[in-house]
Every structure is written in C-alpha cells, then in structure tokens.
Design a protein around this ligand. Structure first.
Ligand code: ZN
Length: 133
C-alpha cells in the first residue's frame, strides 16, 4: 500500500491531458486506482508508462490495469535456475537430474528438477536396446 500523497502526486502528472477530471470526486477515483500499487516504485513506473503515450487522461480502469502490470512484475521470478544468474545446483549442475548407480534421478534440490519431465526420465532410464543381428 502506498501513501495517498504519492498517489495524488502521480495523478497530477495527468492534469495537463484532455479529459482530466475537473470534479474532485472524479479525480479522487484516479487516486484510489493509483493506490492499488504495492510500492512507490510500482506507482511511479505505472504512471511513467501511462504518461509516455497518453493522448487523453486515462480512466481509473486504465490506471488499475497499468498498476497491475507493474505489481505483477514484482512477483515475477525466474521459473528455472538456468535463467537466473548465480551458482549452478550442487546436486545436478542445474540439469534437473543426476545419475546414481546407472539410474537417472530427478533433482529435488532445484526448480529444474521440478520442471523435469517424467517422460524424459523414463526415456533416459530405459535400457538401451541391444542391436539385433
Ligand atoms: Zn538440481
């Protein structure tokens, strides 16, 4: 939750645009929409985007949509450790599986293991067919 002051400040950035509400209650709806932002930074980024290509004053739904986009970015994490920087998984070197006594086992240590397809594991563990003569 962000402060109403910051939300008001951001909404005022729209005040030069056509259709900016003259009625204080209508302007307050824009402020309330802006207050959906989880952090100050989210609010600022949402209004940066809105101001960037606005041809008229956004309505509350526009603001909520843009704030939601920025809120979601806060929660977005890489699904796969290979996509993130940092050390490789110690168990599987981020392959998602490791070999133990000639059997491939899904790694329980990292996200790659959780993503790893059971189908592929079964294929890896299937004994290689002996060439027929
Ligand atoms: Zn692993």
């Amino acid at each position: 939750m962000i402060s109403e002051d910051l939300a008001k400040d951001q909404v005022l950035r729209l005040s030069g645009l056509d259709y900016f509400p003259l009625e204080p209650k209508a302007a307050q709806e824009l402020v309330l929409a802006a207050m959906d932002a989880k952090t100050d930074d989210v609010c600022k980024k949402a209004f940066d985007s809105l101001c960037h290509d606005a041809v008229r004053c956004p309505v509350p739904a526009d603001i909520r949509r843009m704030v939601r986009v920025e809120n979601d970015k806060l929660e977005a994490k890489p699904e796969n450790p290979l996509k993130s920087s940092g050390p490789l998984c110690k168990t599987c070197q981020s392959n998602g599986y490791f070999k133990q006594r000639s059997e491939f086992i899904r790694c329980q240590n990292c996200g790659n293991g959780r993503e790893f397809s059971q189908l592929l594991l079964d294929r890896l563990n299937k004994p290689t067919p002996k060439p027929t003569q």
